[in-house]
Design a protein around this ligand. Structure first.
Ligand code: ZN
Ligand code: ZN
Length: 134
């Protein structure tokens, strides 16, 4: 399936559906508007120009936020050079709502997490795309 940013200049194509979607209350996810579906790198293709941002308010950030430079939509997240990761966190908000309906949404207390190795406490689960998660 293929998702797009708001202005449609960036397209993100993925193979299959994410096993689950992380909806997290940390500053990164809230401020970027990121609802993360996890995919292996090999299952994701990004077309179009993106820019990236690594938090400069953390001593050792482990995520790189990619976004459309025209409309500002967050498109996906990857690791950093210091913290490589073979998983791409695609912002499932790029897809039509029905495209990821019924995938499990996991609400995470990421705000409590202080390092990449800490567990993300699970607060609740729901099915994505049924009026409770968007
Ligand atoms: Zn855009
Ligand atoms: Zn988060």
């Amino acid at each position: 399936m293929i998702g797009t940013c708001l202005c449609r200049r960036v397209k993100v194509a993925v193979v299959g559906q994410p096993g689950h979607i992380n909806i997290c209350n940390c500053a990164y996810c809230r401020k970027a508007g990121h609802a993360a579906g996890l995919f292996p790198e090999s299952a994701v293709e990004v077309c179009g120009e993106t820019r990236s941002y690594v938090r400069d308010d953390m001593a050792d950030p482990w995520m790189t936020l990619h976004f459309c430079p025209t409309c500002g939509s967050a498109t996906h997240s990857t690791g950093t050079p210091e913290h490589p990761c073979d998983v791409v966190r695609v912002n499932v908000r790029l897809f039509d709502l029905g495209a990821v309906a019924d995938v499990e949404a996991r609400f995470l207390d990421g705000d409590a997490v202080k390092s990449e190795n800490d567990p993300f406490p699970l607060i609740a689960t729901a099915k994505y795309g049924h009026g409770t998660t968007f």
